[in-house]
Design a binder for this molecule. Structure first.
Ligand code: ADP
Ligand code: MG
Length: 246
C-alpha cells in the first residue's frame, strides 16, 4: 500500500497545570490516514479530541511519540518550516466558523491566499468566487458575513478551507452549531468537495449520522484511539454514541 499521508505512533500529550499534577490527555495514539480517506473521531467532551486535531494540524506538538507527513518526521522542524508545511497540507473547519466579520465572503475565502505569491496571490479573488460557486453561494460573493445564516457561514468556511488545495481537511465538530438538516447539507457538501479534490477528511463529531458516513471510525478514550464500527444512520438519529457502543 502507498505511504500514508499522515502517520502517528505512540503520540502523547501532557499538560502541566500549576498547583496540580500533570494532565495526561493523550497517552498512545496510533493513526494512519491515506489520501482521500474519510476518518471520523468520536469521544466524550474533554477526552482530547481537539488536542489531537491541533497536533495533526501542526498547531501543537506532542510530548512524546512520532508524527510523520508523507513519511517524513515532523519533529525538529523549525516554526517557519512547520508553518509552511501546515499551509501546504491542511485546511481547517471549526464549529464556530471563525470567519472574519469585517471582510466580505470573497475576502474571507481568499484570506489564506494572501500569504502566497504569483498567480495564487493575484488570482485569489477569482479562486474565492469559484469556491463560493462550488459551495452553492455564488450569489453571496462579495456580500457581508453577518447577513449569512449559520449553515451559509459554515459553507463559506469550507470554501476557505479548500482555497489552497489542501491534502487533508481537519474539521472539529463542523455541524455542532447547526440544526440537523443544515448539518446534513453541510456535511454532504464537505464530503463531496473532499471527494472531488482527493483530499482526506478527518472529522471530529458528536453526531452519529456524521460519524457513520466515514470509512474509518475511531473512538478517543483514555488517551488512545480505538477503531469502532458505526452502521449507517439516517440523519437526525436520536441514539447516543453510548447506546451504539461507541
Ligand atoms: N493548553 C492546555 N493546558 C491545560 N489543559 C488543557 C490545555 N488544552 C486542553 N487542556 C485540557 O485537556 C482536556 C482535553 O481537551 P480537548 O482536547 O479540548 O477535549 P475535547 O475536544 O475532546 O472536548 C481538557 O480537560 C482540557 O481542559
Ligand atoms: Mg473539542
Amino acid at each position: 500500500m502507498s505511504t500514508p499521508v499522515l502517520s502517528l505512533r505512540g503520540i502523547a500529550r501532557t499538560f502541566e497545570v500549576p498547583d496540580s499534577g500533570p494532565l495526561h490527555i493523550l497517552t498512545g495514539v496510533d493513526l494512519d490516514v491515506r489520501a482521500g480517506e474519510h476518518v471520523a473521531i468520536v469521544g466524550r467532551s474533554g477526552t482530547g479530541k481537539s488536542t489531537l486535531l491541533n497536533i495533526l494540524g501542526l498547531i501543537d506538538q506532542p510530548s512524546a511519540g512520532s508524527y510523520s507527513i508523507d513519511g517524513r518526521d515532523t519533529a525538529g522542524l523549525g516554526e517557519t518550516r512547520r508553518a509552511l508545511l501546515r499551509g501546504q497540507t491542511f485546511g481547517f473547519v471549526f464549529q464556530s466558523f471563525n470567519l472574519i466579520p469585517g471582510l466580505t465572503t470573497t475576502q474571507n475565502v481568499a484570506a489564506p491566499l494572501l500569504y502566497d505569491r504569483g498567480l495564487a496571490f493575484w488570482g485569489r479573488e477569482a479562486r474565492a468566487e469559484e469556491l463560493l460557486d462550488a459551495v452553492g453561494l455564488a450569489d453571496k460573493a462579495g456580500g457581508r458575513i453577518d447577513r449569512l445564516s449559520g449553515g451559509e457561514q459554515q459553507r463559506v468556511a469550507i470554501a476557505r478551507a479548500l482555497a489552497r488545495r489542501p491534502r487533508v481537511i481537519l474539521a472539529d465538530e463542523p455541524t455542532g452549531a447547526l440544526d440537523v438538516d443544515t448539518g446534513t447539507t453541510v456535511m454532504r457538501l464537505l464530503e463531496r468537495q473532499c471527494h472531488e479534490t482527493g483530499a482526506a477528511l478527518i472529522i471530529i463529531t458528536h453526531d452519529l449520522t456524521v460519524a457513520s458516513r466515514a470509512t474509518s471510525q475511531y473512538r478517543l478514550e483514555h488517551g488512545v484511539l480505538t477503531p469502532i464500527d458505526i452502521a449507517h444512520r439516517e440523519p437526525g438519529s436520536l441514539e447516543s454514541l453510548e447506546e451504539v457502543g461507541a
